[in-house]
Design a protein around this ligand. Sequence first.
Ligand code: PGA
Length: 262
Amino acid sequence: MTRKLYIGTNTKMFQTGSEAEAFIRRMDELIDDIRDRLEFFFIPSYTSLERSVKAVGDRIRIGAQNMAWEERGQFTGEISPLMLDEIGVRFVLIGHSERRHVFRETDEDEARKIRCAADHGFTSLLCVGETAEQKNSGLAAASVMEQLKQSAGTLKAEEVPGKLWIAYEPVWAIGKSGVPASASYAEEMHGVIRTALRELFGPNGDDIPILYGGSVNPSNAVDIISRKGIDGLFIGRSAWDPERFDSIIREVLPVFESRNDD
Ligand code: PGA
């Protein structure tokens, strides 16, 4: 069986509900002939989730940008797994760089969310990535391994198949002021992450998809996806125009499918 390409976008705090709905309806049309070859996902703001689910049903996986670690309680401003589940959302982004660095979430916070997501049958897309400072001090591999261990280490090996995805997103590569990682650097770090996942989860660690994110754009996407061990792309800005996103997907898909990782 051919592997599927993992690809999707998080719209951060950009699209309103009507914008998100128009976007995902258009993507649904555009990718129709290739959707079976993709694990395609869309992660809009909370207020866009329900209408996105209604617009595309189970044809496209819709995820939340964050989630609390409790079902209910005195947590003003938080969203519970029960609330997401009720509207058909069972996929959640945990520990995005902006959550960690703008909102000061810690690995301990991410660990509680990952635990809660697993307990509710959600699939988590856990983001890890080193800062520029850590990279410049030669600590990239150690810091990413530590984040994985601290955030996902409470999961048991039998809990991860299909339920844990990883995005490697170096902090220095993300967003407007980010510099994309070179394809060879991304490949090297994906290798580090794979080793850490095997240490944590044994053979099940081999099946966890690892996506690259951070300033993926039309000129570097093919180079990145041509590298071994990169199971997909997690794209921000360059994905927010449907036609542009679709053309990136169509360029990378054959390269990904013809890659031999053995
Ligand atoms: P970017 O965002 O592609 O705009 O750098 C990536 C991300 O934040 O996941």
